[in-house]
Design a protein around this ligand. Structure first.
Ligand code: TRP
Ligand code: ZN
Length: 882
């Protein structure tokens, strides 16, 4: 394993830039093998660091994979002794504090499979510059605290009629040799990571939005012609986002045009380039026939996320990449609140908390554990993590909870006003929240610097004579790599109390409210409620008011009581989760000790009550009836025993399916929709419960149930119902049947990239169908493309991250397979390779045998030859736990 290039970068070493770039003038002559990039920079010594009578420091420009053609200063070619090309960039000496630098470079977009910098996707040119991709386009101070006004000229053959960049189009024409030429100007100073360029033969849909001050903004969504019918939902989502940000945050859009481009080859979901967002096709294109409800909702939230970045990220950006959560945590919080306002708030919260518990908690307990604001990194791309995004959003949410909505808004107003046009830090965000409200978030700041998931232990006592109920809450955060001796955090804990009859109790100290936010700041603290007539049942951590693990010894009866009576819908669901987890743990114990598995009676009773409760929102019912995933069960602590988890979960599923079959059938028929598809929250809720019922019906294995699924599949009314039926048929039908349905589906949809991705995912993620042998066949399938991250995610990640049963096959072949795939991918796309390796990083948590097998797979990667910096960082840190 090489480590020559893998230097660790520390937050404590941050230094302001030596030089600023006031203006950046770029010109591109596009060619797949030899694109000519000319950059003219107006450079000036940074006055903030300049000293009187100083010798000027050399100017450093980052650069990677560039062919340098020439360097000139103030119009004169620079002699070779004035600059030095080093690994990672160019250093040049200057004799004036202000000058114009012109650099010419040549790049080969066609050869760029890393999908950062300028590359080709289905013949379309596009860019991805965050975090450090701009240095693959030209030599530049590629750091977010260097903000510049950009002018971009693109020259391309006439076969690329659409030429886009940031800002406003200010000129266009034809060159003497008949090529097209367009010039764009972005009036807002921005860091290089927000630069974008697109060139292709694209169609677009157009709409407009009138802002709160009455300005009309042109909205355009560009795609390849075949996808032009899939743009409506994203356009609607965009308009909703623009309105929401005006209403909830007072933020108005600032350019006259806002463009979105859909691209098939993309490492992440989407990118917020100023005025020119670039999206992974899967996160923007949808039609009822081809996209599932989940895809519709994902599109709405990602369109909003990228749009919201225009303020939280672009107008106010990050000083350095350690501050990434400044824009990402805040923007995820903003998009989550938007989705909650547009759809069911409780369901959105449940989904986000499930992601956090399943994956962020695991990350925080693993070898890559890091604080929301990391202290160090080798490769910044590895820190676009669930911790920075999702836990970061939870940290912002806690500020919102602690201050309350009005005070939070005062804080965000001050933040945007104070720092508009600047590159700032997480500290600046917290300070604005404090200063606008005279609040004290001193201790709260530890959430930014301390890694690990805090564990809360709650005990209660009731004093009948005094009518007093008290909660004792202890907090403790586990050690994480490089961080020992954790300090107590300021944790807001929203609590309600239920009376014996299930009614909510009025709480004295919350001014007669039904719930109160407790501020836990000590390692152990006592909270007493007076005037409580009989022993109450506590509803703790309502709405998941803090990203912690909360332990309280609820009995099954108490959990069932909360499931029925809690006024907080999130906690009703959470009580059901606790009940499921308890049952699954009991079953795992029985399995491990070789006993016969017992019916999970309490769970079945609880589920029956949920199904019988006609008043309960069907979306919530569907969420309650979904057993925690194997991955989530694995996160409960203790040594992971994959076989026991699978046995327990399968047994519970089948027991529920059999015991409640009649109820599932009644509910299924009652929920059949005889109306055109619409992705509204109500309709989505009905479909999700209907398909949950179908899944259990098929799990119980009757021919009638499979016929029901077959009928639903064949009607093909919308992709949600079709894919759900197909999933049930694949999981519970015979293999020949499954094969037939899958073939039919492929025949119908093979022209549609997104549906083919769904089709891949259905197979690779299937406990029954997605065996290693089948996954290997999928990789050889003509529709599989190793250079397309969506295909890699559908097939390889589908298997390694969403197919617990087959991936953890006892012979360890799943692990070796993943190692081989990671090694091959690292040569093409290091970012994707480093993400894909995640399941292998958790080797320490498993039983001895699996642990040794996973460790061996990691070793195999580490000795396979030269690794990218991305993969090197993850693999070496994972092996360090030895
Ligand atoms: N800033 C993008 C977002 O959160 C993330 C992103 C898009 C990204 N593409 C990337 C991050 C490539 C790293 C590498 O919306
Ligand atoms: Zn983002």
């Amino acid at each position: 394993m090489k480590d020559s290039q893998a230097r660790t970068i520390y937050l404590k070493d941050y230094q302001a830039p030596d030089y600023l770039v006031d203006h950046t003038d770029l010109s591109f002559e596009l060619d797949p093998h030899a694109t000519l990039v000319k950059s003219k920079l107006k450079i000036r010594r940074n006055p903030a660091v300049a000293q009187a009578n100083e010798t000027l420091p050399p100017l450093w420009l980052d650069g990677a994979d560039l062919e340098l053609l020439s360097v000139s200063i103030n119009g004169e070619l620079l002699p070779a002794h004035r600059y030095q090309q080093r690994a990672g960039g160019l250093s040049l000496s200057t004799d004036a504090p202000e000058f114009e630098l012109e650099v010419h470079t040549r790049i080969a977009p066609e050869a760029n499979t890393s999908l950062e910098g300028l590359y080709l996707s289905n013949g379309m040119y596009c860019t991805q510059c965050e975090a450090e991709g701009f240095r693959k386009i030209t030599f530049y101070p590629d750091r977010p605290d260097v903000m510049s006004v950009f002018t971009t000229t693109i020259v391309a053959p006439a076969s690329y009629p659409v030429l886009l960049s940031n800002g406003n189009k200010v000129d266009s024409g034809t060159t003497e040799d008949g090529r097209l030429r367009v010039t764009w100007e972005d009036p807002f100073a921005k860091p290089s990571y927000l630069f974008a360029l697109v060139a292709g033969d694209l169609q677009h849909v157009e709409d407009s939005f009138t802002t709160c001050s009455g300005r009309e903004v042109k909205l355009q969504l560009f795609t390849e012609a075949r996808n032009i019918g899939k743009c409506a939902h994203a356009m609607t989502s965009l308009k909703h986002s623009m309105r929401w940000d005006e209403e909830v945050y007072g933020r108005e859009y600032d350019l006259d045009i806002f463009m979105i481009v859909a691209v098939d080859h993309f490492n992440m979901g989407a990118m917020e380039n100023k005025g020119l967002n670039i999206f992974n096709s899967a996160c923007v294109l949808a039609s009822p026939e081809t996209a599932t409800d989940a895809a519709f909702q994902r599109i709405e939230s990602i369109v909003a996320h990228e749009y919201f970045h225009n303020w939280s990220g672009n107008r106010v950006t990050c000083r350095d990449w350690f501050q990434l959560s400044l824009k990402e945590g805040f923007t995820v919080f903003r998009d989550a609140e938007f989705s909650a306002d547009m759809n069911s708030r409780a369901v959105k919260r449940i989904e986000d908390v499930t992601l956090l518990r399943t994956s962020q908690f695991a990350e925080d307990a693993g070898p890559m554990s890091h604080p929301v604001r990391p202290d160090s990194y080798m490769e910044i791309s590895n820190f676009y993590t669930l911790t920075v995004y999702e836990k970061g959003a939870e940290v912002v949410r806690m500020i919102h909870t602690i201050l309350g909505p009005e005070a939070f808004r005062r804080g965000s107003d001050l933040y945007f006003e104070r720092h508009d046009g600047c590159a700032v830090t997480c500290e600046d965000f917290v300070a604005a929240m404090e200063d606008a409200n005279g609040a004290d978030l001193k201790q709260f700041r530890r959430w930014y610097s301390q890694a690990g998931t805090p564990v809360l232990d709650v005990e209660d006592t009731y004093n009948e004579a005094l009518g007093e109920y008290s909660l004792t809450i202890r907090q403790q955060t586990p050690e994480t790599p490089g961080q020992k001796g954790k300090l107590p955090l300021h944790i807001p804990i929203t609590v309600g109390l239920l009376a014996e009859d299930g009614s909510p109790l009025r709480l004295d100290d919350a001014a007669g409210q039904m719930e109160v936010v407790l501020h836990l700041t000590e390692a152990s603290q006592n909270f007493t409620f007076a005037g409580i007539a009989s022993r109450p049942l506590p509803s703790l951590l309502r709405g998941f008011s803090a990203p912690v693990k909360l332990r309280y010894d609820y009995s099954s009866a108490q959990l069932q009581f909360l499931m029925q009576h809690d006024t907080d819908p999130f906690n009703r669901w959470d009580a059901c989760q606790r009940l499921s987890i308890n049952s699954l743990q009991t079953l795992q114990q029985q399995y491990r000790s070789g006993e016969a598995l017992q019916q999970p009676a309490a769970l079945i009773e609880g589920y029956a009550a949920v199904l019988d409760d006609a008043a309960l929102d069907p979306a919530l019912v569907a969420k309650m009836l979904a057993l925690p995933s194997a991955q989530e069960i694995a996160e409960q602590g203790g040594e992971i025993d994959a076989a026991a988890i699978i046995a327990a979960r399968t047994f519970a599923r089948d027991a529920i399916a059999t015991a409640l079959a009649e109820r599932f059938l009644t509910r299924y028929h009652a929920l059949e929709q005889h109306k055109p598809y619409s992705p509204t929250a109500e309709d989505i809720a009905e479909r999700s419960l209907k398909n949950t019922c179908l899944f259990y019906l098929c799990a119980a294995g009757s021919a009638d149930a499979l016929a029901l699924a077959k009928g639903q599949f064949e009607r093909g009314e919308n992709m949600t119902d079709t894919a759900a039926a197909l999933a049930a048929l694949v999981e519970f039908g015979t293999e020949t049947q499954a094969e037939g349905f899958l073939q039919a589906f492929y025949q119908q949809w093979q022209q549609d990239t997104q549906v083919v991705e769904t089709w891949f995912g259905l197979q690779s993620g299937s406990a029954k169908f997605g065996t290693l042998e089948r996954v290997q066949k999928l990789i050889a399938h003509p529709a599989f493309e190793v250079k397309n991250p969506n295909k890699v995610r559908a097939v390889i990640a589908g298997f390694a991250m969403r197919n617990f049963t087959q991936f953890h096959r006892a012979d360890g072949s799943g692990y070796t397979f993943l190692a081989d795939q990671v090694i091959a991918l690292d040569k093409l796309n290091p970012q994707i390779a480093a993400r894909l390796v995640t399941p292998l990083t958790r080797w320490k948590k498993y039983r001895a045998q699996e642990s040794a097998q996973i460790h061996a797979a990691l070793q195999k990667i580490s000795v396979s030859g030269e690794l990218s910096r991305d993969l090197y960082e993850v693999v070496s840190k994972s092996l360090e736990q030895d």
